[in-house]
Design a protein around this ligand. Sequence first.
Ligand SMILES: [Zn+2]
Length: 260
Amino acid sequence: MVRRADLHHARPPRSADLAAPSVALVVVAHPDDAEFQCGGTLAKWARQGTRLHHLVLTDGSKGTWDAAADPTALATTRRAEQRRAAELLGGGEVTFLDQVDGELHSTVPLRDEVARVIRQVRPDVILGHDPWTRYRLHPDHAAAGRLCVEGIVAARDPFFARHLLAEGLDPYRPDALLLFEPDVADHAETFTQEDLDRKVAALLAHESQHETTHLHHSRSGDGDDPYESFRRREHDLAAAAGAWADAPFAEAFHLIDDQL
Ligand SMILES: [Zn+2]
């Protein structure tokens, strides 16, 4: 998520609005990360004809504060919610790697699984967590960022993941990597009110997360409708990034396109 403090101190974006890719792949730790971090951008691209593909690395089974919850049932619920959210953003496939939530690590076998999906999907643009963002607590977000970056290298270089060649999956190099929740924001993707509305609708499709995430952070304590507060919060965050990019609404990224 774009934090206002980041934008306050950031220089103007170095660039904005990549050409809408033919295919985009978003690599995230948990169900709902993509919607929070880049839902407006994905909705815009889907509207412009981009084929979207989601890769969710963990099963989301720790996404509750209810100590009596059934983690297996929660993982099943969150899969269905993620598929529904992807539909609301404009369609696209969702692949789940089903790693245990909260215990994600960048390992060679898992990096190769990310590379497999990249070689299968052949995206022009990949979006993922910035693995170098400071002061972030959740271990999965840093690990998912590393897996995304290292998965790109393994997908690209012919002597990585040699077993994929035998499966007919040739090396593949994307054009651009957009890192969200960036340590240094330098690129903006701008979007419309319609795209923002689709982002919020997709976020709200994650019903199991309303109590712990969506509404928890939105309660103002003054008796407001928490759903209305949530919509206003998402609006204000997108508008703050928009002001940074001189547009109504935006999301902030760190763009890597010269080292791919
Ligand atoms: Zn997450």
